[in-house]
Ligand binder design. Structure first.
Ligand SMILES: *Cc1c(COP(=O)(O)O)cnc(C)c1O
Length: 400
């Protein structure tokens, strides 16, 4: 057993963990509410919130209770059977959204894979074999091979060749470009309502209403990847509610599990078209995950937590705008508690690292942009504390 010696723990990381990314020299040990603590006992105010997953903060009682109750009742019964929390959860989601059917998986990428398969199934069955899916440049849909191909990151273009074919990437927020790209092979359009990993870029209202019209005219499927924007994050339960239209298919992950691996593919009845054997997975509807999801969703919905996301998000954006001149921040943008801002130069990684030293966790989707996505339960005092640390770090870094 490794003890609580941070140096020993970090050497275990050096010796045994497959390298995929550069991480700071610390090990997280516990979390509570808006805070994390490392093995040295240092406290961090967490404005990433498990990468947008911990919507109820760290270790909320609802998750603890749901896990405790479900682990002594039923952990897994195989996907061959229905289970109770699965059915209750599916019903809650269909009642809270514009959708009729739900398929549960564990990660956002898997939910998107399901959406891609469904779109191809629909194209095959209804659209005479159409299989192409139009996605957007700078979008993000996950890290499986198909979802990487769907993703419009330029530096992924040559990674893991050959790519899964059948994806066309067009500029975001450009209705003419997407209209032009639609052809007889098109079966679906898939995009985020705020490009999250792409740098926090919300979709324009006319763009989204235009896409709905285009998809209706052409009979193709409109898929919203709400993995990051869903479940209260943007100040509505689902981001599509901002736009006054309904998609045909939506994927959810991140916030829906409150930090537990959980995702969902939601579809309108018209797209309830999978046949036996078309789609599945060992952990689909896994009872433990279902119990947690049900508990998290009941809390978010029962307490209208998106209203707090709207309120605190507005507060943060207003304060940032007030400070922007002093701090040299540009393009403060976002929806609810998904907020981005640009720095005067490509120092985002350094700023994130300085904030960490000062006990604040924030994130950077690209070298010039900072991103905030705190738990939905964040309070004004914590926003003030975050703003104070960020301001101090920026002033020091740029000698303002
Ligand atoms: C995070 C994210 C994904 C991938 O989710 P995973 O759980 O990491 O597979 C897909 N789409 C969007 C919009 C995301 O933000």
């Amino acid at each position: 057993m490794i003890g609580n010696n941070t140096a020993e723990l970090l050497s275990a990381a050096d010796n045994s963990v497959l390298f995929t990314s550069i991480k700071p020299d610390l090990v997280m040990e516990k979390g509570q509410g808006m805070y994390l603590w490392d093995t040295e006992g240092n406290q961090y105010l967490d404005f990433i919130g498990g990468w947008g997953t911990n919507c109820l903060g760290h270790c909320p009682e609802v998750i603890t209770r749901a896990l405790q109750a479900q682990t002594t009742t039923l952990v897994n019964c195989s996907p061959a059977f229905y289970n109770k929390p699965q059915l209750e959860f599916a019903q809650l989601l269909t009642q809270a959204s514009c959708f009729d059917r739900v398929f549960f998986t564990s990660t956002g990428a898997e939910a998107n894979e399901g959406a891609i398969k469904l779109a191809r199934k629909y194209g095959n069955k209804i659209l005479g074999g159409a299989y192409e899916i139009i996605t957007t440049q700078n979008g993000f849909h996950g890290r499986t091979l198909a979802t990487m191909s769907a993703t419009g990151k330029t530096h992924w273009k040559s990674l893991y060749a050959p790519k899964v074919s059948g994806f066309i990437h067009v500029p975001y927020n450009d209705l003419d470009a997407i209209t032009e790209a639609v052809n007889p092979n098109t079966c679906a359009i898939m995009l985020e309502l705020v490009q999250g990993e792409g740098g926090v870029h919300p979709a324009n209202p006319e763009y989204i209403t235009g896409l709905r019209k285009l998809c209706d005219e052409k009979g193709i499927m409109l898929i919203f990847d709400e993995v990051q924007t869903g479940f209260g994050r943007t100040g509505k339960l689902f981001a599509y509610e901002h736009y006054g239209i309904e998609p045909d298919v939506m994927t959810l992950a991140k916030g829906i599990g409150g930090g537990f691996p959980l995702s969902a593919l939601l579809v309108k009845e018209k797209y309830n078209i999978f046949e036996v054997g078309d789609q599945g997975g060992t952990y689909t509807g896994q009872p433990l995950a279902m119990a947690v999801g049900l508990a998290v969703a009941s809390e978010v919905i029962g307490k209208y937590l998106w209203e707090n996301a709207e309120k605190q998000g507005r507060y943060i954006m207003d304060k940032l705008s007030e400070l922007s001149e002093d701090l040299k921040l540009r393009n403060i943008r976002g929806l609810g508690l998904l907020i981005g801002m640009d720095l005067p130069d490509a120092s985002a990684i350094a700023i994130v690292s300085e904030c960490l030293k000062e006990g604040l966790i924030i994130n950077t989707p690209n070298p010039t942009t900072l991103r905030l996505m705190p738990p939905l339960i964040v309070k004004k005092e914590e926003c003030d504390k975050m703003l104070a640390i960020l301001a101090r770090v920026l002033k020091q870094y740029y000698s303002l």
